[in-house]
Design a binder for this molecule. Structure first.
Ligand SMILES: NC(=O)C1=CN([C@@H]2O[C@H](COP(=O)(O)OP(=O)(O)OC[C@H]3O[C@@H](n4cnc5c(N)ncnc54)[C@H](OP(=O)(O)O)[C@@H]3O)[C@@H](O)[C@H]2O)[C@@H](O)CC1
Ligand SMILES: Nc1ncnc2c1ncn2[C@@H]1O[C@H](COP(=O)(O)OP(=O)(O)O)[C@@H](O)[C@H]1O
Ligand SMILES: [K+]
Length: 508
């Protein structure tokens, strides 16, 4: 699914009107109907009490007025407060005329702010994608008044004052919504941690916008949902054997962190790899062999950390990093690996697929000259702190996306910036946000599991690099969701994600 800018969203509305021979009030009616469908599925009229609808001057306000009419017809009680302006949009005026007189309407003024009860439901239809500058004056005052009231707020399309696709100055007035009900496609703003408390829980409703326009729209931003990855995992042919699905090598673990190696290995095995060999420090031999009997195991001459790189010929992909530690000898192994992987090992002429995680990323961050040696399409899986060590501190989440895009294009690699909407950056500068996963996965070892999943999928001969990583990130989050449905979020541990990888991959 694509994510468009606010400007493209307006063009999309226009393209839809042209293509479907609609009048613009008809499209607004679709939006309002979709909003009311969501609203009535969440709040029964009796539970909603008297709703306050705050209405701005543009089409977002127009959506609000149309929704007010439909809500009243559906048995809800509401009053409307209008933000005064010199001009209102044509569709706003149309819906103002359509609003029955039985809905009380008042005009807001500097000395006439609407009374808002903390227990009240408020619908925010002040501003949407047409916001052209940060809110000031009376509009800002209304938003601050609303936020102070601590009422439950449902925003139409966007919390008012929030830009759909760009940061706003700190301290600017933005509605804090508990729910945001948007139309057509998700907005970039919904996916960034800095906006979480403004957007709340969000939902996108289908209003039949032009599929042709969306297909042709050029955007770096994408959203990976179930439809994106459906059918992407190649089926296992009847006569396949363990050699068909690749032999993966995992370099992981150190004293006290053998669990990372065990979790990664388990995830790799549960993600369909044909064979897995782990190279681990001597101290981990019993731990590893007992907990992962399906994997083969090579032990390092060092007891507590990894200091040797095994012969790479047998392997179709290598992952390094989970629980590795940052010993100089392990850094030397990473150096050798980058050098060896860059030289094509087989007749395809492709470099050996690598997945680099955790301490291997920290080693790259403290020896940045090594970044120049990353083979093309290497997968890096930093969380925001690890990413900062590879680049620089970001001013905000939007700046972090810029740094991410620049990093992936400069080093021609696939960077998985982990988080609530994990963002995969590609060598061509695309950013793919993942839709699956939950806060239960914010627990030690979840990232090690992801490394194992990606290792298995990069070892799969029939999966191109980008598709493998996008699919792996999606399946990892989906496994977390399936696990949390059983354990609850607080009770979820990384091993639960491993146990649900099978069903998650079976779904796609
Ligand atoms: N087109 C369609 O058919 C559909 C559209 N849809 C709906 O339309 C919404 C977009 O509508 P929109 O483009 O009219 O913009 P909207 O967000 O209402 O605000 C624009 C108004 O606010 C003003 N304004 C801006 N910034 C301001 C500020 N800081 N402080 C004060 N004023 C400010 C601006 O004035 P100006 O910038 O010209 O000064 C203008 O008057 C979209 O979010 C969705 O809800 C759906 O119904 C689907 C079908
Ligand atoms: N709030 C969240 N919502 C969705 N996924 C999350 C959330 N928090 C963490 N995750 C996922 O869990 C994993 C955590 O990785 P990481 O921070 O490396 O953990 P660890 O180092 O303990 O293994 C990432 O894949 C991340 O996307
Ligand atoms: K709004």
């Amino acid at each position: 699914m694509k994510i468009l800018t606010a400007a493209q969203t307006r063009q999309l509305d226009q393209a839809t009107l042209r293509e479907q021979h609609l009048l613009s009030p008809e499209l607004m009616e679709r939006a309002a109907t979709a909003f009311v469908k969501w609203f009535s599925s969440r709040f029964a009229p009796a539970e909603a009490g008297e709703i306050l609808l705050l209405c701005g001057p543009g089409n977002n306000g127009g959506d609000g007025l149309a929704a007010a009419r439909l809500l009243q017809r559906a048995g809800y009680r509401l009053r409307v407060a209008l933000l005064p302006t010199e001009k209102q949009s044509a569709d706003w005026q149309h819906n103002r005329h359509m609003l029955p007189n039985s809905v009380p309407v008042v005009e807001i003024g500097p000395a006439r702010l609407p009374k808002i009860d903390p227990s009240q439901l408020v619908i925010d239809a002040l501003f949407g994608t047409g916001l052209s500058r940060p809110l000031a004056g009376l509009a800002a005052k209304v938003v601050q008044h609303l936020n102070q009231a601590q009422a439950r707020v449902v925003a139409i399309d966007l919390p008012s004052g929030l830009f759909a696709d760009a940061p706003q100055p700190v301290d600017s007035a933005v509605v804090r919504a508990q729910h945001t009900v948007s139309f057509g496609l998700p907005k970039l703003a919904f996916l960034l941690p800095q906006n979480a408390e403004l957007v709340g829980e969000w939902q996108v409703m289908d209003i039949g916008l032009s599929a042709n326009f969306i297909a042709e729209a050029v955007t770096p931003w994408h959203y990976t949902d179930a439809a994106t990855v459906a059918g992407q995992l190649p089926p296992r042919p009847k006569f396949s054997h363990k050699g068909t699905f690749g032999h993966a090598l995992l370099l992981a673990g150190s004293r006290g962190k053998m669990g990372a190696a065990v979790l990664s290995a388990g995830a790799c095995l549960r993600s369909g790899v044909g064979l897995l060999t782990a190279h681990i420090p001597g101290c981990g031999y019993d731990i590893f062999q007992i907990s992962q009997p399906e994997a083969m195991c090579l032990t390092d001459k060092q007891a507590d950390f990894i200091s040797e790189l095994p012969e790479l010929k047998p392997y179709q992909a290598v992952a390094i990093g989970p629980g590795l530690g940052q010993q100089p000898a392990s850094l030397a192994v990473l150096r050798q690996l980058l050098k060896a992987a860059a030289k094509p090992l087989d007749k395809t002429g492709q470099p050996l697929p690598l997945v680099i995680d955790a301490d291997a990323l920290n080693l790259l961050g403290s020896h940045r000259a090594l970044l120049k040696q990353l083979p093309e399409n290497t997968v890096l899986t930093p969380h925001p702190k690890e990413f900062e060590r590879l680049t620089e501190p970001a001013r905000d989440d939007y700046h972090r996306l810029e740094l991410l895009r620049d990093f992936a294009t400069e080093h021609r690699c696939l960077v998985v910036l982990k988080g609530a909407y994990t963002c995969l950056a590609t060598p061509t500068g695309e950013l793919h946000f993942n839709s699956t996963g939950n806060a239960g996965m914010a627990t030690g070892g979840s990232g090690d599991v992801l490394t194992g999943v990606l290792l298995a999928l990069r070892a799969h001969a029939q999966l191109p690099a980008f598709e493998a990583v996008r699919l792996g990130v999606y399946a990892h989050g989906r496994a977390g969701d399936l696990a949390a449905a059983l354990t609850g979020m607080a009770g979820l541990v990384a091993g639960d994600i491993v146990r649900h990888l099978g069903p998650a991959l079976a779904e796609v």
